[in-house]
Design a protein around this ligand. Structure first.
Ligand code: GAF
Length: 382
């Protein structure tokens, strides 16, 4: 008689990740110039369930936003025509390049982060997957390494030469705090975001102009061009972080107007971040609000990354004394504005500005209320 031996089924470790989007209170286009930023992780997230599937090389990734699953052979990773797949493939490629021992896995992704709204669903996707695989395969990566690898994935597979802000905020966020991050040293401090009786309200313009990623890389190149010319006069300069207004003025002869404007925006925006961090510490919300408006003006006039829809929303907000400040948030060319609004005025403000926006552009405005939350959350079960 043949005795059936009961097959031993290995329990599959399963990892669940909650990977948040981010806001940025102030400090746009300063991160890749080694400057300062003031972002925070938020309560709008991407959720991952990841488990080993027993194969050596085969992975399947599904997302509720896309009908087709992505099948990957870890021995043959190449770029896809489909953008979201490149965020995933980029992470896998960076892990393998770095000699990290990953094997076959299955991953399910659900997202409540609107894509193209400037809440950095891309960083949440990259960091969530990296954190999940780090946990599943016990790769021993630190939070900072997770953020850096995710940024590299975006550079090398997606082609956006982004700074470190979004990935850093998604991983390092802290409930009710913003992060004052020095992108040069990557030293950071949490600052309590005591905004009462005001609230941060995001207004999603629901436009995402095509220019966004190409112009983003152009802005970065323009800043690098500026640095190269400034360095001819000041050899110790490595980035715009090392340049002050006098040095920039001194070099203005050699810089074309566009490059001069880009550089002067970055210098001023860095100062605004530090001033905003101080204003927040002192609960000087009027000062904070005026810095937000100034930031928008610079992004519009000097950095040239705004658009008619965002300018309209910011200008319209100025009609309200209950709105202390407003500005476009993120890379620009669409997405959200960030607004500092008195809680008592929020309802009327939203009704009014939504109607005005619709009348002007025939586009629905989507208000988004957010809370500042902890960064990546990880749960492991057998
Ligand atoms: C995008 C980028 F991903 C960030 O790194 C940052 O440069 C931002 O635009 C502009 O501040 O979100």
């Amino acid at each position: 008689m043949k005795i059936e031996t009961k097959k031993h089924i290995e329990p599959k470790p399963r990892v669940q990740i909650v990977s948040p989007g981010r806001i940025n209170l102030i400090g746009e286009h300063t991160d890749y110039n080694n400057g300062y930023v003031l972002p925070a992780a938020i309560d709008k997230c991407i959720f991952f369930k990841i488990e080993k599937n027993g194969s050596k090389f085969n992975c399947t990734i599904t997302s509720d936003h896309y009908p087709d699953a992505l099948s990957v052979d870890l021995r043959a990773i190449k770029k896809s025509e489909i953008t979201w797949e490149n965020y995933i493939l980029g992470v896998l490629d960076e892990l393998l390049k770095g000699g990290k021992g990953i094997e076959g896995f299955d991953c399910m992704i659900k997202s409540e982060l609107p894509i193209g709204s400037g809440l950095s669903s891309s960083a949440a996707l990259e960091c969530g997957l990296t954190s999940g695989l780090n946990e599943l395969f016990q790769l021993g990566m630190t939070k900072e390494e997770i953020a850096l690898l995710s940024q590299a994935a975006e550079h090398n597979f997606v082609g956006t030469k982004c700074g470190i802000m979004d990935q850093f905020a998604s991983v390092f966020g802290k409930q009710d705090h913003v992060i004052r991050l020095d992108c040069k040293s990557r030293k950071y401090k949490y600052i309590s975001a005591e905004l009462d009786p005001y609230a941060i309200i995001l207004l999603n313009s629901n436009v995402a102009h095509q220019l966004a990623s190409s112009e983003y890389n152009t802005r970065r190149l323009e800043c690098e061009k500026g640095v190269a010319i400034i360095r001819e006069n000041f050899p110790n300069v490595e980035s715009l972080r090392d340049v002050d207004l006098d040095m920039l003025e001194y070099c203005s002869w050699f810089l074309d107007d566009v490059v001069f404007n880009r550089c002067s925006f970055v210098l001023a925006e860095n100062k605004r971040v530090l001033a905003a961090a101080n204003a927040l510490k002192k609960c000087d919300l009027v000062k904070l609000g005026s810095l937000l408006y100034q930031s928008h003006e610079g992004l519009r006039d000097l950095y040239d990354v705004s658009c008619a829809e965002l300018d309209f929303l910011v200008e319209y907000s100025k009609r309200y004394k209950e709105v202390l400040g407003a500005r476009l948030m993120g890379g620009g060319f669409g997405g959200c504005t960030l607004n500092l609004v008195h809680k008592d005025a929020v309802t009327n403000y939203l009704i009014d500005i939504s109607q005005a926006y619709f009348d002007r552009f025939n586009i629905e405005l989507t208000p988004i209320e957010i809370a500042l939350e902890n960064g990546t959350k990880i749960k492991t079960s057998q």
